[in-house]
Structure formats: structure tokens, C-alpha cells
Design a protein around this ligand. Structure first.
Ligand code: SF4
Length: 545
């Protein structure tokens, strides 16, 4: 047993190679990127959210509330936590549990709630943990007890597997310290809504293969522990780099990226499980994949892509091609009157801006860019006003086009986000003046007047470097005014634009967001025009590779 390795809850959802690198003494001098601004912002916002929730809870439960000072050194925090728990304090905020060298665990818990001779863990997270519906087990924040939990007729659990795995880690730590509540392993989560505790029984076989959250956690933790211990003891590595979604924000990309590129690793064109499966079948490089017959049978079943696409993507990557035409003739839906739409939201708090570019035939309405926006920090009722104005305008354009005998279409890039906020705005602001019903929204987004350009791009092109608008629109000759334009950066700009954190609103950042949003709709417009033009035929055809 190697008592030097201690892992916190984050490892169970983390890239295995990252766990290796973080415990490999030989990797200490390997290049690492600083935390990017987005990750930094998320950490800061999550800490501020936790503090706000803690302050509210402390107010509700003044006589039962105890806090372990966060500024104490770790050893003293553990001592203070144990003193409170052994003293049977009803509610303990900010506790740090004793590390368990035997099992390799360490970690803290936002809130510990006294229950049946021990404690239940409760986490405070900055994402939504419920959706409208019924069936979640909840208790009000004024009743932080599992015995107060009821089946909630207004909320259903939103699947957040990571939360349950973190709770399972806390349960195991409490068990090791002899401080777990008797009975079923259970934990609670207070989400972004911060209006209830959602209680999770962690022994329910609701996971794939009939596993429970505890089973899943135990298996993952054992695996990560083995990876970390092998790394720490210079044993044969149990995890090698492979490009996954997490790489985008991982500090170790400056180490893994060059290794993967140099090796021409197959994960450079296929991510996730497909790359792992192909590597296991002996197809470990882009070149080996490119040499296969695109019309042949895949060497292993692939989940994320077809054999033809995989091979052609590999060939495109070999030739450093961003785009390859799937079909000889590229087609894209067009109409007499067109609107390009792009919505901006702030995390899960609200959709503060609907930007629209009206173009095409003259129907007596002003063509060009329009923004329907609220600058009151979301969540706010003023969002209902801006959303209603957007919907009224959209409806007026549709009606005028029909009256003029003109066809109409509205375009967005990746409809998931827009559809989600269209539907949720209709539900959240139901009954407010000008807000459509959910049925009206559904009628529109289900019609052929609502076109997802992302779907069209996916059907027409193979994209070796991703299908994001920022990657694809430059092929159409489009460039953003702001060199830092990105969805992630827009979150920071928004914080400043509305003065989150108590600062004065920054009007320059509002102008920056409007330019950014207007560029996004102009980008989809430019992309459509380019796809409709002869210039698109300059893109190599997949059949010629
Ligand atoms: S860069 Fe990617 S492969 Fe490397 S440790 Fe990070 S997530 Fe894992």
C-alpha cells in the first residue's frame, strides 16, 4: 500500500492521463498552461454562490449553524471539523474530513447535516439540479433534514451524475471516520436555483448496467487510485494521452498536445471511445486510419461516427484541410425573407440577448441587425420584456412575409441552445405580456421556417478541426471584429457589462457584446451566402481524397 497518494472527489470524473500526470514526479517539469480565464471565472462564481447560500442558511438556522473557518491550515480545519462532529453539531459548514491513507481518499464537504447517529453530506453547486416536473425528493432550505424530504410535485431530478459521485466520495470519507449516518447512503445537493435540497439515495440501481452511484464511484475511484499509484511509484503507466473534450480546458494540453500530434495519434481526428476502440484494434494513428477503405467494414464498432467519415476525416487531417465537401453539390435552404438569429445567455441564469439580422426581399420592415436585450442582471423579470419584444418582432416579420407572398426562414447555428431558451422563456414567463405559449414556440421550432445551419453544415461537410462557427465561418471569408470573440469570453464581458460582483456596469462591455452578437449573426449569414455560391466548390470533394 502506498500511503503517499491521496485523491479528492474530482478524480472520478477527470481524464485518467491527467490523474497520472498529477502524480508522476517525472512530469513535474513538463509544460502546463495557467488556468484559463473561463475556468478561473467559474471557480470564483461557484465560490461566491456557495457563500451566498451559506449566508442564507446561516440566517435560517442561526442556533444550529457552525462553520469551520476556511482560512485555517488544513490540519486545523480537520481538528475543528472533528470537534464539531463529535460534539454532535446539527449543521457544519465548510468541514474538512480526515484523510484516509488506507483508501487513498481526502476531501471536504460543503455542509454536514446531523442524521441518525452521524452525518449526511450536502453539496452546494452552481448548476441546475432540477427541472420542472415531479418526483424529486426535496426539502425546503428552512428544513435541512432528510426526515423532512417529500416527493416534490413540481420538480424532477436533472441528471447530474458528477454530483452523485462526489456525494459518494463524501459518504466513503464519513464511513472511514466512523461518522456516517446509519441507514442508506444518502446525500443532498443545493443547486443554482438555491430553493431546496434535492436528496439522492446513492444505492439506487439507476446507473447503466444496473449499477448504483456507490458502485460506479467505487469502481472509478479504484481505477484512478491505481493510475495515481502507478505514476507515483514510476510503475508502467496505466493511462496514456488521448484527445478528449476535457483537453480543451486542461492545463496539461501543452504536454499532451505535442505528444499526440507527433505520434499522429488517431484521437486527433476521432475523440473519446472511438479513438480508444480503434487503438485497441491496432489502428492507432491517423495514417493507419486514412489507409483503410472508407466503404469497408469498421475494424471495431464505432459509436460517434461512420467508417466512411472516420477515414475521410483522417485523410483531410493528413492534408491539413479544415473542410471537405461530402456531396458534389452543396445545398442550403434559402427563402425570400431571412433572419439570422443568435441568443446570448449567462450560464443558466437567463437569456439576456436575442440578436437578429433581417435580410432578403423588402417587406416594409427595416432590414439589418436588431438586438432585443435586457441589461438588468439575469435572472430578472425584465428578461420577459426583452423576450416578448423579440417574439413580437419575429412574428411580425413572419406575418408580413406571408402577406407579401414571400417565403420566410430563420436560421441559427446549433439550435439546441436557442430552442432550450425559447421553450424555457415561454414556460418561465408564461402569462407575461407578449410572451408566447410553449405550444406557439413548439409550432415555430418544429416548422421548416426554423433552420439549424449547424445541421446543414454537418450534412454537407466533413470538418477535421471541428464544426464550431468560429472554425467554419472563416472558410466563407468571414472574420470577427473582436480578436477575443468567443462564447466563454462573452461570459466575462457580461459580468462587467451588468456590474456583477458590485461593480458599476461597464458600458464599453455592453457595446462589445452587441458587436460580438451582431458578428455571430453576420457570420451565419455569410456562411449561407457562401454555401449558395460557386465559391463553395473550391472546397475539396471527399470522393477525390
Ligand atoms: S490534455 Fe487531455 S489527455 Fe492530457 S491530461 Fe489533459 S485531458 Fe488528459
Amino acid at each position: 500500500m502506498d500511503s503517499a497518494v491521496l485523491l479528492d472527489a474530482a478524480v472520478v470524473t477527470r481524464c485518467r492521463r491527467r490523474v497520472h500526470l498529477e502524480h508522476d514526479p517525472a512530469a513535474a517539469d513538463e509544460p502546463r498552461a495557467a488556468l484559463d480565464a473561463t475556468t478561473q471565472r467559474r471557480i470564483t462564481d461557484a465560490a461566491a454562490h456557495r457563500r451566498r447560500v451559506a449566508d442564507r442558511l446561516a440566517e435560517h438556522h442561526a442556533t444550529d449553524w457552525a462553520e469551520v473557518p476556511a482560512e485555517l491550515p488544513a490540519e486545523q480545519r480537520v481538528t475543528a471539523t472533528l470537534a464539531l462532529l463529535h460534539g454532535q453539531a446539527p449543521l457544519v459548514w465548510g468541514g474538512l474530513l480526515p484523510a484516509d491513507p488506507a483508501s487513498g481518499r481526502r476531501g471536504g464537504v460543503d455542509l454536514l447535516v446531523r442524521h441518525r447517529g452521524g452525518y449526511l453530506p450536502v453539496m452546494v453547486v452552481r448548476h441546475k439540479v432540477t427541472d420542472p416536473g415531479g418526483g424529486a425528493r426535496t426539502s425546503a432550505l428552512t428544513q435541512l433534514r432528510l426526515t423532512a424530504a417529500r416527493t416534490d410535485p413540481t420538480r424532477k431530478v436533472r441528471a447530474q451524475s458528477r454530483d452523485q459521485l462526489r456525494l459518494a466520495h463524501a459518504v466513503r470519507l464519513l464511513q472511514a471516520a466512523g461518522l456516517a449516518a446509519r441507514g442508506r447512503p444518502t446525500g443532498g445537493v443545493i443547486g443554482l436555483e438555491a430553493d431546496a435540497v434535492v436528496w439522492h439515495a446513492l444505492d439506487v440501481p439507476g446507473w447503466p448496467g444496473g449499477r448504483t452511484a456507490m458502485n460506479e464511484y467505487d469502481a472509478r475511484f479504484a481505477d484512478r487510485l491505481a493510475v495515481a499509484r502507478a505514476a507515483a511509484t514510476a510503475g508502467p503507466p496505466l493511462a496514456l494521452p488521448s484527445r478528449v473534450t476535457e483537453c480543451r480546458s486542461c492545463p496539461w494540453w501543452p504536454t499532451c498536445g505535442p505528444v499526440l500530434r507527433e505520434a499522429r495519434d488517431v484521437s486527433m481526428v476521432l475523440r473519446g471511445e472511438d479513438a480508444v476502440a480503434l487503438r485497441a484494434a491496432g489502428v492507432s494513428t491517423v495514417d493507419a486510419l486514412a489507409a483503410l477503405d472508407p466503404a469497408g467494414e469498421a475494424p471495431v464498432p464505432m459509436a460517434g461516427t461512420s467508417m466512411r467519415d472516420a477515414v475521410l476525416l483522417a485523410r483531410a487531417w493528413q492534408q491539413d484541410l479544415t473542410l471537405v465537401r461530402r456531396n458534389r453539390r452543396v445545398t442550403v435552404p434559402r427563402a425570400d425573407v431571412e433572419i439570422d438569429v443568435d441568443m446570448e445567455s449567462f450560464d443558466e441564469a437567463g437569456a439576456y440577448l436575442w440578436g437578429c439580422l433581417l435580410s432578403g426581399a423588402d417587406i416594409g420592415l427595416r432590414r439589418g441587425y436588431q438586438a432585443f436585450v435586457t441589461w438588468e442582471p439575469v435572472p430578472t423579470r425584465d428578461e420577459a420584456r426583452s423576450f416578448a419584444e423579440f417574439w413580437r418582432w419575429l412574428t411580425a416579420v413572419r406575418r408580413r412575409a406571408a402577406e407579401c407572398g414571400r417565403s420566410f426562414a430563420a436560421f441559427c447555428y446549433n439550435e439546441q441552445a436557442e430552442n432550450r431558451w425559447l421553450l424555457s422563456s415561454a414556460a418561465r414567463f408564461a402569462g407575461a405580456p407578449g410572451v408566447p405559449t410553449t405550444a406557439e414556440v413548439q409550432e415555430f421550432i418544429g416548422s421548416d421556417q426554423w433552420v439549424d445551419l449547424y445541421g446543414v453544415v454537418s450534412a454537407e461537410f466533413l470538418c477535421a478541426h471541428g464544426k464550431g462557427l468560429k472554425t467554419i465561418a472563416p472558410a466563407a471569408g468571414f472574420a470577427w471584429h473582436d480578436p477575443e470573440a468567443s462564447g466563454e469570453n462573452s461570459m466575462r464581458w457580461y459580468s462587467d457589462a451588468v456590474g456583477l460582483g458590485g461593480n458599476a456596469p461597464d458600458l464599453d462591455q455592453r457595446a462589445r457584446l452587441l458587436t460580438y452578437n451582431s458578428d455571430d449573426v453576420r457570420a451565419t449569414h455569410a456562411l449561407r451566402l457562401w454555401m449558395s455560391s460557386e465559391a463553395v466548390n473550391d472546397v475539396p470533394y471527399a470522393g477525390d481524397l
